[in-house]
Design a protein around this ligand. Structure first.
Ligand code: ADP
Ligand code: MG
Length: 298
């Protein structure tokens, strides 16, 4: 027997490096007419590196102490930024104490107790919200400087006091700009960027790939809100993301696609399709495969 068109399209997608979870999804991929892309791990390679360590006077820590505390707190996290912090500590051969009471908030950061001290590592704007420490103003200034340099700024607080910031840089994927432009052509709409990172860092990166519509500083539910707004305007939205913070948007979207290599377990489970080959260019390829299969079906 010859294979039904949607099933051969699934097999073809597999050869392109995309795992499409069902024939229904294979069919829906071709309906997509708007695409929302996540930044960290999706447009970027997702292997960020710590490039800057900036100390704040208040806590009186040395660079290695700051990195040790931050890396110990980040160790249980699967976020790409967490891996960057742990790698930076390893490169300096620092011994990491075991963190207790680990907690993480998607789109914000992590908290843990390390050597009896309460550590928080995460988005400066979120951690500084409502903190009246004298170091807060200085921390915001340093965060702004790092963002202007194209870095993602991560704040470390120790017992509630801003202790230092880490500047983290990630490379754009080699196929990001080409993919954005093929998606724009295929769907006749420019893709939008949805990110939890700050606007300055996000806008800089968006400009490099040709994205104009940038929504930054988003919490997971804000990503859902952005998707629902587009769908309310009659769009069939594909969300492409990798993080725990993307999972609700992947679920809310017409079609959710997860980046497989660095993707969080929750994103991979929630998504309708998973990019296994770690190439963004496979996204427009499966949309085209779906459209061809649909023509054969109807
Ligand atoms: P994106 O939407 O671009 O993938 P996220 O929503 O995952 O980014 O993260 C948004 C912001 O929250 C990050 O830029 C960072 O400031 C902060 N953040 C989230 N998780 C962590 C973490 N484990 N360590 C440090 N910062 C974090
Ligand atoms: Mg991400």
């Amino acid at each position: 027997a010859t294979m039904p068109p949607l099933l051969s399209a699934i097999a073809n997608s597999g050869r392109h490096g995309v795992l499409v979870k069902s024939a229904v999804v294979m069919e829906r991929l071709g309906e997509v007419d708007a695409v929302a892309l996540d930044k960290t791990g999706t447009l970027t390679e997702g292997t960020p590196r710590v490039t800057d360590v900036r100390l704040l006077a208040g806590a009186g820590l040395e660079e290695d102490e700051l990195l040790t505390l931050a890396a110990a707190a980040e160790h249980p996290s699967e976020h790409p930024l967490a891996r960057a912090v742990v790698d930076a500590a390893r490169e300096r051969c620092l011994d990491l104490p075991v963190a207790e009471d680990f907690g993480s908030t998607p789109g914000v950061g992590v908290t843990a107790t390390v050597d009896g001290r309460k550590i928080a590592v995460g988005a400066p704007a979120r951690l500084l919200d409502g903190v009246a420490d004298p170091g807060s103003a200085r921390a915001s200034v340093v965060a702004g400087e790092l963002a202007d340099g194209g870095r993602t700024a991560v704040l470390v607080t120790v017992d509630g006091t801003p202790a230092g910031l880490l500047g983290i840089a990630d490379r754009l994927r080699g196929d990001a700009a080409a993919t954005v432009s093929s998606l724009a052509t295929l769907t006749a709409t420019a893709p939008v960027l949805l990110t939890g990172d700050n606007l300055r860092a996000a806008a800089r990166l968006a400009a490099e790939v040709g994205i104009e519509d940038v929504r930054a500083g988003l919490l997971p539910q804000d990503k859902v809100g952005a998707v629902k707004a587009l769908e309310g305007a009659g769009r069939k939205v594909m969300v492409v993301g990798d993080g725990v913070n993307d999972a609700p948007a992947l679920a809310a979207a017409h079609t959710g696609v997860a980046m497989g290599r660095a993707g969080s377990d929750l994103a991979l489970e929630t998504a309708d399709a998973v990019i296994v080959r770690d190439e963004l260019a496979t996204v427009p390829a499966v949309i085209s495969l779906s459209r061809r299969a649909r023509k054969l079906v109807v």
